[in-house]
Design a protein around this ligand. Structure first.
Ligand code: NAD
Ligand code: DAU
Length: 365
């Protein structure tokens, strides 16, 4: 098992990163190191999601650095200050609809930001030894990516690790570029590297512009439920803690130079998922499910909307003995309960920049 000491988490104030840090510092007996969270706190980042962690571990095992991953001097200083030996790179612009309305931020953060981290790691981890410069072999860069790089499937088949890349949105194209850069740094400079391509995550702390939290909150607030197109688009859903458990097994036991697909083996048409969610919210809030259903509104489709994603994660299961721990039913219940019990968090992430952006692009929704 690889030993991690000073772990740089990028984007740790976002959805998946903050869940990762919670579990790493509170429920991972195999980890005794330090976590350094670098996050620019864009509209999607909320340092408050880690206030409990900061109170318990701040200054001893948890350090927050507000910085942009495209800012090379800042990233270099952080590598030096904390003697980073592991990078787990979550930071990204992550929302497909935003990438269609404004691709530039995606190219900047996802492509230039990933390049900056890779290059700073390359320099920091190259040591002078007898016989010339050598890349350290006790370090690791893990790049967190998405199944969207593989493009769109018809009704049959699955994405495997050897499926050819075919990104179709500015978001997925920027993530595909970052994946290629990551492997280029492994092949060219020998940077120790692993990479994961995961399907749709759901769970606590997800920014409520994404399908599941948006729908939960709209149901509770009696707002329309905006379904893109015919609603028969298919996604494979995985609970965020199961995604993160897979990332942990890759960074501790995965093979350098390898990529691993992560998925829930859990495909749902959006409209069928919505029915399930309506049942849970209706029962928790003592509402009539038919009244909620009547608020489903088919709206204009997302341009270039990928029809189906489905992941073959047999490599991860076979090599690293990973399996999902939560059924979809239980995961959805945990998620609904979390959003119903965390009004303050919802209010805080919906304020400020997010509200302005939503109102400018969609009107009040
Ligand atoms: P998110 O949008 O919730 O969080 C992204 C975080 O990155 C935020 O805290 C934000 O402040 C930070 N960030 C953005 N730009 C930055 C910059 N230039 N410098 C520093 N920090 C910056 O995203 P998420 O859903 O948690 O996704 C995390 C990663 O997982 C992304 O790389 C995404 O592509 C990948 N992924 C997400 C999913 C999913 O379903 N959400 C699925 C597969 C892969
Ligand atoms: O597949 C992994 C990807 O999953 C990640 O890489 C992305 O970061 C993450 O945002 C997610 O992308 P999607 O586009 O699949 O997620 P989103 O929640 O935006 O949409 C899920 C599906 O629901 C998709 O088919 C579009 C549809 N949808 C979404 C919204 C926000 C609606 O019908 N109505 C909506 O209002």
């Amino acid at each position: 098992m690889r030993k991690l000491t000073n772990v740089l988490i990028t984007g740790g104030a976002g959805f998946i990163g903050c869940n990762f840090i919670h579990v790493l510092l509170t429920k991972t007996p195999d980890f005794a190191g330090r976590v350094i969270n670098i996050d620019a706190l864009t509209y999607a980042g909320n340092a408050g999601s880690l206030s409990d962690i900061d109170a318990k571990f701040g200054g001893s095992r948890y350090f927050f650095e507000r910085a942009d991953i495209t800012d090379r001097p800042a990233v270099e200083a952080i590598f030096k200050k904390y003697d980073i030996d592991t990078v787990i790179h979550f930071a990204a612009e992550s929302h497909v609809d935003r990438s269609i309305l404004g691709p530039e931020a995606f190219v900047k953060t996802n492509v230039l930001g990933t390049y900056t981290l890779l290059d700073v790691a390359r320099v920091a981890w190259t040591v002078q030894r007898e016989g010339g410069a050598r890349m350290r072999d006790d370090v690791l860069f893990h790049h967190v990516s998405t199944d969207e790089v593989y493009g769109s499937l018809g009704s049959e088949g699955y994405f495997t690790e050897t499926t050819q890349y075919d990104p179709r949105s500015p978001y997925s194209a920027s993530k595909a570029s970052s994946d290629h850069l990551a492997f280029a740094y492994h092949h060219t400079y020998g940077l120790p590297l692993t990479l994961s391509n995961c399907s749709n995550n759901y769970g606590p702390y997800q920014f409520p512009e994404k399908l599941i939290p948006l729908m939960i909150l709209n149901m509770v607030e009696g707002k329309p439920l905006p379904v893109y197109g015919d609603g028969k688009y298919i996604r494979d859903w995985v609970f965020v803690e199961d995604h993160n458990a897979a990332v942990w097994s890759i960074v501790t036991r995965g093979r350098s130079g390898e990529k691993y697909n992560i998925g829930g083996e859990n495909e749902w048409e959006n409209i069928a998922l919505l029915d399930k969610l309506i049942e849970i919210v209706a029962s928790r809030k003592k509402m009539d499910p038919e009244t909620i259903k009547a608020t489903i509104t088919h709206v204009k489709d997302r341009p270039g909307h990928d029809r189906r994603y489905a992941i073959d994660c047999s490599k991860l299961k076979r090599e690293l003995d990973w399996s999902r721990s939560v059924t979809f039913e239980l995961g959805l219940e945990l998620t609904v309960d979390w959003y119903l019990g965390n009004d303050q968090w919802v209010k805080s992430v919906r304020s400020g920049e997010y509200r302005n952006w939503v109102e400018k692009n969609y009107g009040s929704r």
